[in-house]
Design a protein around this ligand. Structure first.
Ligand code: HEM
Length: 444
């Protein structure tokens, strides 16, 4: 167990990693984000980062993470980085709003994320995955991450929105790429003032216009008689009741399409990669998958039987969290881990180093799904792939159910032999997207 320095005097400044002139710590982060986060986290539970023009802190102690997200959540708001990244596309969505408007939007979305709603989505998740996988032939070489993205966009559209998106998935994927690129630390245009147009800005505008038009079409169709219990219907009903504007309806559908497919696809890509490295676990999962495939009970009832699959999902989200972290900005002076942080301080709560911290995890870098079978006194926020507190991921139950059902459905009919082209590195952006090409060979 490694002890970490902590503050003894609130006027002291948290430790700061060595940086380079002009770029401070930004360069190390751009080069290898997860390596930088791991090294910096060893300096203390609160670390001040030298990022030019920003008052930025890295917070990696679970109790402090809980303080920011839960106990003192009213002293924090979303970060300027989050607001800037989504501006022009989700200004009226739950992802970027605050205060009364955010509360109203969260409340309007809730009926689409209840336990009953999840049970309704389960069979669609399985059916969509089955149909998708049928197109893979024995011996096919697939671009694994791309296929997983296409699959998760389709599952999300089918299950959550009741929209057949086949053939139009690229509209969503292109906009997501533009967003991730906008926040990419390695992008040369990052250092230019906002008013200088860059190719990234132009691509962003183009893809956003296409996605907006696509969602507008869906809503126009649905505005007529064809209402059900899906998310589009829930939001349009809220509009009819005078609770949401049309811009709010449209931008929340956009937000779901983007937030709801990217992280699950990253997670699925890692799941296939780690299962390929651990054939013993893959065999156990394949057995569970067969039992489920042979049953004629509703998919929502089968989840409890996918115990090892759920543990593999949890363990993969621990070792390879799809998001860089949760970001917040202090709205007033706060004391965190014994340090006084000024109003306006930005906090980055990164999952990667916390999920691998040897103070809370035995053999932290080992892939061991069985650790989820054992009771533990680990602090709650040593694991937070979906964040926590009132602003946590609204799609967390959808995502966990989707990951388990998709894995079981695929394993019931095919095996994937995975190859990664080079060391596993990640895009330095809001999503920790794998950078090397990841291919899989299909065996039916
Ligand atoms: C493995 C899959 C997923 C992971 C790891 C993940 C993770 C996260 C994280 C870390 C946040 C930030 C919360 C915060 O700022 O405190 C978030 C927010 C959000 N997620 Fe997810 N997510 C996943 C899947 C989904 C899915 C499937 C949906 C929709 C169906 C979704 C919709 C959202 C939305 C709308 C927000 C913003 C919530 C708000 O600000 O109130 N996510 N997610």
């Amino acid at each position: 167990m490694t002890a970490r320095p902590s503050a003894t005097d609130a006027t002291a400044s948290p430790p700061t990693p060595d940086g380079v002139p002009l770029f401070g710590n930004g360069l190390a982060f751009a080069q290898n984000p997860v390596d930088a986060l791991e090294r910096w986290a060893t300096l203390g539970d609160v670390v001040r980062l030298d990022i030019p023009g920003q008052e930025m802190y890295l917070v990696t102690g679970p109790t402090l993470i809980e303080q920011v997200l839960v106990d003192d959540h009213e002293s924090f708001t979303i970060s300027p980085a989050q607001r800037e990244t989504f501006s022009g596309i989700e200004d009226h969505a739950v992802t970027t709003t605050t205060g009364e408007r955010w509360e109203r939007l969260r409340k309007a979305l809730r009926p689409a994320f209840t336990r009953d709603a999840m049970a309704r989505y389960a069979d669609r998740m399985v059916e969509t995955t089955r149909t998708y996988v049928r197109a893979w032939d024995d011996g096919d070489q697939i671009d694994l991450y791309r296929e997983m993205r296409q699959l998760t966009v389709t599952v999300l559209a089918d299950a959550l929105l009741d929209v057949d998106i086949r053939g139009r998935e690229a509209v969503v994927m292109n906009a997501a790429d533009a967003l991730v690129d906008r926040a990419n630390f390695r992008r040369p245009g990052q250092l230019l003032p906002d008013w200088v147009p860059t190719p990234t800005d132009r691509r962003f505008k183009r893809t956003v216009t296409e996605l907006d038009a696509f969602v507008e079409d869906i809503l126009t169709e649905r505005r007529g008689t064809d209402r059900g219990e899906d998310l589009c219907s829930v939001l349009l009903d809220a509009h009819d009741a005078g609770d949401l504007s049309l811009a709010e309806v449209r931008e929340n559908v956009v937000a779901m399409l983007l937030a709801g497919h990217d992280s699950p696809s990253v997670a699925l890509t890692h799941i296939w990669r780690v299962l390929d490295e651990h054939p013993d676990h893959r065999a156990t999962l394949a057995e569970e998958a067969q039992t489920v495939a042979e049953s004629d009970r509703p998919a929502s009832e089968l989840l409890s039987e996918l115990e090892h699959t759920r543990h593999v999902v949890a363990e993969t989200l621990r070792l390879y969290p799809p998001t860089l972290g949760v970001t917040r900005q202090a709205t007033e002076p706060v004391t965190l881990g014994g340090y006084d942080l000024p109003a306006g301080a930005q906090c980055l709560l990164p999952q990667w180093p916390v999920h691998r911290d040897d103070r809370f995890w035995d053999d932290p870098t080992a892939f061991d799904p069985t650790r989820w079978e054992r009771a533990t006194d680990r602090p709650e926020y040593a694991y937070f792939p979906f964040s926590g507190g009132p602003r946590n991921c609204i799609g967390r139950h959808f995502a966990k159910q989707e990951l388990a059902l998709v894995v079981a459905t695929i394993l019931a009919s095919v095996e994937l032999a995975v190859s990664v082209d080079g060391p596993l590195t990640f895009t330095p952006s809001l999503q920790l997207r794998p950078e090397p090409a990841i291919e899989a060979t299909v065996t039916r």
